[in-house]
Ligand binder design. Structure first.
Ligand code: HEM
Length: 512
């Protein structure tokens, strides 16, 4: 009944709005900005009141690809997207602008109110969704989780157990039965177990032969998906209204977040008990580390830990899904990877994987084309001018676009569309040894850059390299859908392969 009442009142609002809109479109002139570099490319048309919303809606299923087309045709690599009601968003693929936003003028570009409001119900003021001193404090404590000692422990205890006890047996069975599995789903499960162990010291056992969906993981996925849906509302008022009325997606979001919180609360209670009983317990997970601080309330700790799970959850699985797809299309790269694997010990450790430059380069190259976080936005705290002379007004949303940046000819050359790990490598003329040549982090902001650069970058590489080595050493990953299968890149908060990545697993013979 409440929903019906809401719909009727909503229609009363929306019908006159769209009637006006139709009138405006048909009677007022619009302008189309044309690039000096391309006379054929049509920049989005912009109308009074609704801005470029029509083109935005028309491209909603290929948003990243559409923005990339625009940025590739913009003479400066920057574009001002006019949204509805006069709201403007600057989107850039210019490394100088990225450096300005993420480093030189860092304090002028916080996450801002719009973004934090969207994620507030789910993440509260956890590290991923806060600015200023609160962010600094959380970053400082969390960074202990990423020192060399912790990373070594992570590889030896967490990754290896998940790999040898769970992932490899599942892949072996799939190979024996000649069946098909969704590699994206498997990698997400792997990742979820890992990140829960790091954050909570708790193993949800999500990757298992039964492929059962645990309640916590389902609620977490749902909360992530529904929170990110708020970003795609052309008019933010819509989700805010639904939230107040507790209907539709907002009702589901409330249920999902309360399940996640309830679950996290139980774990905090158990962990506190554990810490009380074993006063000398070494704080090895993030939760224990925060709980050893006085005057921090449980609710605050819960928000930090949930933020952490979100930050590390789907990123490495997204990166690896696209990596294995690219490898299956590029047998020469696979050969070189196998050569590198052949030179490492049977069960490699932290130091072995750290030094694997060809795999490292292949992962970077794969994330250039398919970054796990395709776009990142800030909000201008004050008026400013970007290095390319784009004028920024206080309150504007300013975004940089790693997906588009990985596809810019001026940054990567005319062969930007090729998957070429060699562009990250240099061979020493005397020794013949390959070494990795990092790009500057503003040209390649896949992990963000500057003071807020991803805390888990090194951990992510270690984990991904370990998985690549141990999978490719034993198996060949073959897409189940052959002939002309073209996966589709979609993004929520992180990127995904639409409809998953169904694969067959072929056992390799032992000589590689
Ligand atoms: C391929 C894997 C990964 C990629 C591409 C990636 C990328 C990113 C990006 C783009 C951000 C900035 C987000 C923003 O502020 O809007 C970020 C932040 C962060 N990442 Fe990652 N990430 C990865 C893996 C991980 C892992 C495995 C962890 C933890 C175990 C992690 C922990 C964090 C944290 C805590 C932040 C917040 C840092 C801050 O705001 O100071 N990330 N990451």
């Amino acid at each position: 009944m409440l929903e019906l009442g809401f719909l009727v009142s909503w229609l009363f609002f929306i019908l006159p709005f769209f009637t006006c809109l139709f009138f405006i479109i048909n009677t007022t002139s619009y302008f189309t900005r044309k690039s000096s570099s391309s006379s054929t490319f049509n920049f989005p048309r912009c109308y009074p009141l609704i801005g470029s919303s029509l083109t935005l809606i028309a491209n909603r299923n290929r948003h990243n690809q559409w923005i990339t087309d625009i940025l590739r045709h913009s003479p400066t690599g920057t574009f001002v997207l006019r949204r509805s009601l006069g709201f403007r968003q600057i989107i850039t693929a210019d490394p100088e602008n990225v450096k300005h936003i993420l480093k030189s003028q860092f304090s002028n570009y916080p996450k801002g109110e719009l973004s934090t409001a969207i994620l507030n119900d789910f993440l509260g003021t956890g590290i991923f969704n806060t600015d200023g001193d609160n962010w600094k404090f959380q970053r400082q404590i969390s960074s202990h989780e990423f020192n060399t000692k912790s990373l070594r422990k992570f590889i030896e205890d967490v990754v290896k157990t998940e790999l040898y006890d769970r992932l490899i047996p599942i892949l072996s069975t799939t190979a024996e039965k000649n069946s098909v599995l969704d590699l994206q789903d498997i990698l997400q499960r792997f990742n979820f177990d890992n990140i829960c162990k790091i954050s909570f010291g708790y193993d949800p056992g999500y990757l298992s032969t039964s492929f059962q969906r645990t309640e916590f993981a389902i609620a977490f996925e749902e909360a992530t998906r529904l929170s990110s849906r708020r970003y795609s509302n052309i008019i933010p008022l819509v989700w805010k209204l639904k939230r107040v009325l507790n209907i539709g997606s907002e009702k589901h979001l409330r249920e999902a977040t309360s399940k996640v919180r309830g679950f996290a609360k139980d774990i905090v209670r158990q962990k506190k008990q554990e810490l009380k009983e074993k006063s000398s317990l070494e704080a090895t997970d993030l939760l224990s580390r925060f709980l050893t601080y006085d005057h921090i309330e449980d609710d605050f700790v819960i928000k930090i830990v949930i933020s952490f799970i979100l930050a590390g959850q789907d990123t490495t699985s997204a990166a690896l899904t696209w990596f294995f797809w690219l490898i299956s299309c590029n047998p020469k790269v696979e050969e070189k990877i196998l050569k590198e694997i052949n030179q490492t010990p049977e069960k490699p450790g932290y130091d072995d994987v750290k030094d694997m430059v060809y795999i490292h380069a292949s992962l970077c190259e794969s994330m250039r084309l398919y970054p796990p976080v395709p776009v990142d936005s800030k909000e201008a705290a004050g008026d400013d001018v970007l290095p390319d002379r784009t004028v920024v007004k206080k309150g504007m949303r300013v975004s940089y676009h790693p997906y588009a940046m990985g596809r810019m000819e001026n940054l990567w050359g005319s062969d930007w569309m090729e998957f070429k790990p060699e562009r990250w490598l240099e061979r020493d003329k005397v020794t013949g040894k390959l070494s990795f040549m990092a790009k500057d982090s503003y040209t390649y902001p896949v992990f963000q850059a500057g003071p807020r650069i991803c805390l888990g970058k090194e951990m992510a590489f270690l984990q991904m390299k370990m998985i690549v080595v141990e999978i490719l050493r034993r198996f060949r990953v073959v897409p189940a859908k052959q002939d002309g299968f073209e996966p589709v890149y979609v993004s929520y908060l992180t990127s995904k392969m639409k409809d998953g990545f169904p694969v067959k697993i072929d056992q390799r013979n032992s000589s590689l």
